[in-house]
Design a protein around this ligand. Structure first.
Ligand code: NAP
Length: 545
């Protein structure tokens, strides 16, 4: 076999445990393992969970589902996999997605190289051996030539810091660490903190069965209807025929979704025509209203105000109590400048007699009590408290691992000073380390970005193996140029003026209160063009030895 020859010819790491260690068995880690196997390398994946799936393994809260079209959000690399797998809903629920990722894992026999319940606590680079040593929570140590982080941008859940949280005697869960056993909400008194995309999904779901649900909202978000529906077997057959078109389209769009902006400028379109356009888009499934809207809604303040006013009117129509409706309308940011949660009768949930909204801006939470939550003005008793309080995003999953590069430099400390990467894939001072979905990547349709990054990294490793090269590091000057490019591409975006995980803000984490440019805000084609050029030039921007 060609692959085996390649391995024996270029096995440059006989004294190391593995050629490559991948951290994480989510979408990124699974595909990375698949691709490295093609090179015939000795690969080990360490996964903290007991199963594959990453985000789709941990976030098993009721109502969790894709809010991108299932068939645009799956792996595209294998026609066989595409042909074999049938999606049953346009926006796949978490159990089906987890099943899909398990199916993919077994189809390609990936499980045998994955070690579960294996949380990596540290990763130290040794420049003498040009190798990484990873330590797991159980104390075991493992060496490799290349380390690939596939840790996900939203995988370090964060809890608020209220006094008394440990005293609560009922059940409490963070949505990102949801238990495998079902939680019964039937007739229960439930309190939930948070109103982000996660909270919206779970609120609309458990409102149906909870005895009483109290939502503690700090800042509301602009949400839009998802319009999910089932996919019949016949429809799925039709979708399968269009896979090549779907993936081609995703490659061409700004953030790899199926939707493209309307080139017109909002205020140049006559008002009646604009309203009709928005009415139609509001009724369209998925992210169309956000990403397929007029081209200037996220750069022009007046355009953004106009679209925000349209959505505010929708909220007022849908929520019966005017005071509750006003509380649900954001006043501190415009539509689309934070990640838009997609909902299914979320606003209508507040019309139910068993659902109550408490603004903690008006009624701050003072503490968690043994029996519930105490705000400045009232005490609430609960059987269950849900923390839908989000993640230490983008860099948080790196910060949890003590990553040290040349001369023991700490990545966490380095990034606290300034978040810098090279192509979102490497970092000067951290040779032989690659990131899939690290900071400064395109975060839109994640699997599309994952496939690109994994293939880019795999090609670079193949390039090195073919030439018996054993050390690769981002050149500081090239890294500086890349970071300037990232900043340039984010200029003028209203999104950057708003506190959210996309701008690196998390009030629950020390040192994450200053806005940064944490993702590549140019287009995905721009990003790929840049990375392709580096590869086509023989990786000259990288220091290869
Ligand atoms: P999030 O958007 O960061 O929302 C966290 C929520 O918790 C916010 O409402 C926040 O309020 C609130 N919160 C945090 N700390 C608090 C505190 N100390 N006191 C009171 N409230 C507090 O997190 P998320 O909802 O988990 O979503 C994160 C991202 O995951 C999404 O934006 C999306 O990209 C992804 N996601 C995707 C899907 C999907 O694809 N279907 C589903 C869910 C999530 P403030 O707004 O005031 O900070």
């Amino acid at each position: 076999m060609v692959v085996e020859e390649r391995m024996t010819q270029h096995n440059t790491t006989p004294t190391l445990d593995y050629d490559v260690i991948v951290i994480g068995a989510g979408i990124s880690g699974l595909y990375q393992l698949y691709k490295l196997r093609e090179l015939g390398l000795r690969v080990r994946v360490f996964e903290a969970g007991t199963g594959v799936g990453g985000t789709w393994y941990w976030n098993r809260y009721p109502g969790a589902r894709f809010d991108s079209e299932s068939y645009s959000y799956a792996f595209s690399f294998s026609k066989e996999l595409l042909d074999e797998w049938d999606w049953t809903e346009h926006f796949s629920p978490q159990p089906q997605t987890e099943k899909y990722l398990n199916y993919m894992t077994d189809k390609f026999d990936l499980r045998r190289d994955i070690q579960f319940t294996a949380r990596v606590t540290s990763a130290h680079y040794d420049d003498t051996n040009k190798s990484w040593t990873l330590t797991l929570e159980n104390g075991s140590r493992h060496t490799c030539r290349f380390m690939i982080t596939a840790v996900g941008p939203l995988s370090a859940p964060t809890l608020p810091k209220f006094e008394g949280m440990d005293d609560f005697q009922g059940i409490s869960h963070h949505t990102g660490l949801w238990p495998k056993e079902p939680v019964n909400f039937e007739g229960k008194r439930v309190g939930i903190i948070g109103t982000g995309a996660t909270a919206v999904q779970i609120i609309q779901e458990i409102a149906k069965t909870a005895g009483h649900l109290t939502v503690f909202q700090r800042r509301p978000n602009w949400c839009k209807p998802l319009h999910n529906r089932e996919i019949s077997p016949e429809e799925m057959q039709e979708i399968k025929k269009t896979y090549p078109d779907i993936f081609e389209r995703c490659q061409e769009t700004l953030s790899c979704f199926m939707h493209t902006p309307d080139p017109r400028k909002t205020l140049e379109v006559p008002e009646a025509e604009r309203e009709a356009f928005w009415e139609k888009l509001y009724d369209t499934p998925g992210f169309g209203f956000w990403i397929g809207n007029f081209s200037d809604i996220l750069t022009d303040r007046a355009a953004n105000a106009a679209v925000s006013d349209f959505v505010a009117r929708k909220i007022r129509q849908r929520v019966k109590d005017p005071a509750t409706a006003e509380l649900l309308i954001p006043t501190d940011h415009g539509f689309g400048t934070r990640r838009v949660p997609q909902e299914t009768f979320y606003y209508e949930a507040y019309n139910r007699p068993n659902v109550e909204l408490v603004s903690i801006l008006n009624h701050p939470i003072e503490r968690i009590t043994p029996t519930g939550i105490k705000t400045r003005d009232q005490e609430f008793d609960f059987d269950i408290i849900i923390y839908a309080t989000g993640f230490d995003a983008i860099t948080g999953s790196f910060d949890r691992i003590d990553i040290r590069g040349v001369n023991g430099e700490s990545l966490k400390a380095k990034w606290r000073q300034s978040l810098e990467t090279y192509l979102g894939i490497q970092i000067a001072g951290f040779p032989n380390m690659f990131m899939v979905m690290g900071p400064h990547c395109v975060f839109g349709n994640i699997p599309r970005s994952v496939e690109y990054s994994v293939e880019w990294v795999t090609d670079l490793i193949a390039h090195m193996n073919d030439r018996n090269l054993t050390r690769v590091e981002a050149d500081p000057a090239a890294m500086e140029a890349w970071n300037r490019f990232v900043l340039e591409k984010s200029e003028g975006l209203l999104t950057n003026e708003i506190d959210s995980w996309m701008t690196g803000i998390n009030q629950n984490v020390e040192g994450k209160q200053t806005r940064i440019v944490a993702r590549f805000a140019g287009s995905a084609p721009d990003y790929r063009e840049h990375c392709d050029a580096v590869a086509a030039a023989g990786y000259r921007e990288l220091m290869l030895v």
